[in-house]
Design a protein around this ligand. Structure first.
Ligand code: S3P
Length: 427
């Protein structure tokens, strides 16, 4: 396990080129894997998690070739997959295990899908129950990975998900492409809609609006070309660095600005940040734009309700921003953070305290009083990539050096992170 020493920076500047969006990349590979014909993907994420999805698909018979920036996926369609000889490995990735389970549940064979130590602790009941209602049988120990999926013919369901989760919704919609009839998912607050947009792009007749999505199956998807936009969740770290470091200006081109993902921009704008957006373009049914961020003094805010699914992956870095904002920042309704790659409420609060922040943990969020001058400290990432990256940014604005323990996890989503940090931040 490697550690990384972060030294304070005086500013950040330049144009940052981002890896492809992780959520969209997983979906592009999986949908191409069940779409009949040859699909091409450009801009696929470099994230280890996405490479994990790619390997799983190869293991179930999907032919995937990589040439430079282009990936070609050849599939004989939704009934062309075969059983894997060994257990499928989803690694650290909740998206891989949950979405792929939706496809595996419809196959006429048994599949085993497993993951690393962190993934084995995460809740799978949220997908097991609806998939079993659709007709699959899934064996597990206390609803955790490894999952043994006894697939077979599925029936459509009308499912009211108790959590706002794009992974749950996408799992059911993918299973719904195989099931006869209308499969519908409603959720308490709208989560990211990449699945719905991409299903449409692959030729499916899908309806979605305000936390409800429905698909009529069975439907054979048709091959497509996909260009993956830059990952706004990766940009978030450097957007916050641009706000917090003095004399800074950072540009990002071709960033995904799907409105179910831009909560970070709305949250920071609400705190008074300067973020300009232009060059808007819709490609592969996903909007993207250029963003420019400049240094600003931030004010505190309250984040809750419908905004939470739109900032779910950005709360760790927003919490770092909140330590520098004038007043009391409150995060509420964010209990889902406790079942991510780490219990993010606990890991954010503990590490912020180590840096001297004024922060209090609550059941479903936290309260942060700012501004506080952070001091360099030893940080434990707990093997969680977003904790490692958020606290690296905190280290840039801290007084003294910060040691981030266990940074290998960063590769699961953003292998280029430290290279970008090194070239764009100035001592
Ligand atoms: C993801 C959805 C989110 C998010 C995760 C990626 C996806 O999880 O936290 O990083 O690709 O669908 P939930 O929808 O389960 O909250």
């Amino acid at each position: 396990m490697s550690d990384r020493l972060i030294k304070p920076a005086t500013s950040i500047s330049g144009s940052i080129s981002l890896p492809g969006d992780k959520s969209i990349s997983h979906r592009a590979l999986m949908f191409a894997g069940i779409a009949e014909g040859s699909s091409t993907i450009t801009g696929l994420a470099t994230a280890e998690d996405v490479q994990g999805t790619l390997k799983c698909l190869k293991n179930i018979g999907v032919e995937i070739r990589k040439q430079k920036n282009k990936v070609t996926v050849n599939s004989s369609g939704m009934y062309g997959l075969r059983a894997s000889q060994k257990a499928l490995d989803a690694g650290n990735s909740g998206t891989t295990i949950r979405l792929l389970s939706g496809i595996l549940a419809a196959q006429n064979y048994i599949s085993i899908i497993d993951g690393d130590e962190s993934l084995r602790k995460r809740p799978m009941r949220r997908i097991i129950e609806p998939l079993e209602t659709m007709g699959a049988r899934i064996d597990s120990r206390e609803y955790k990975a490894p999952l043994t999926i006894h697939g077979g013919p599925l029936r459509a369901i009308d499912y009211a998900s108790p959590v706002a989760s794009a992974q749950v919704k996408s799992c059911i919609l993918l299973a719904g492409t195989f099931a006869k009839g209308l499969t519908r998912v409603t959720e308490p607050a709208p989560s990211r809609d990449h699945t719905e947009r991409m299903l449409k792009h692959f030729g499916a007749n899908i309806h979605h609006k305000d936390g409800m999505a429905g698909i009529k199956g069975p439907i054979q998807l048709k091959s497509a070309e996909i260009n993956v936009p830059g990952d706004i969740s990766a940009a978030a770290f450097f957007i916050v660095a641009g706000c917090l470091l003095p004399n800074s200006e950072v540009e990002f081109i071709n960033v995904g600005v799907n409105q179910t993902r831009t909560g970070i921009l709305d949250a920071l704008a609400h705190m008074g940040a300067f973020i300009k957006q232009d060059d808007l373009l819709l490609l592969s049914n996903e909007p993207r734009a250029r963003l420019v961020v400049k240094t600003t003094r931030l004010n505190a805010a309250t984040f809750s309700g419908l905004l939470i699914p739109r900032i779910i992956d950005e709360i760790p870095i927003l919490a770092v921003a909140a330590t520098q904002a004038e007043g009391t920042t409150t995060f509420r309704d964010a209990g889902e953070l406790r079942v991510k790659e780490s219990d993010r409420i606990a890991t954010i609060v503990e590490n912020l305290k180590r840096m001297g922040a004024n922060v209090r943990e609550t059941k479903d969020g936290m309260v942060i009083q700012g501004p506080t001058a952070l001091k360099g400290a030893e940080i434990d990432s707990y093997g969680d990539h977003r904790i490692a990256m958020s606290f690296s940014i905190a280290g840039l604005i801290a007084d003294g050096e910060t040691l981030i323990k266990n940074i290998d996890c960063v590769d699961t989503s953003f292998p280029e992170f430290f290279t970008i940090l090194d070239y764009s931040c100035h001592a």
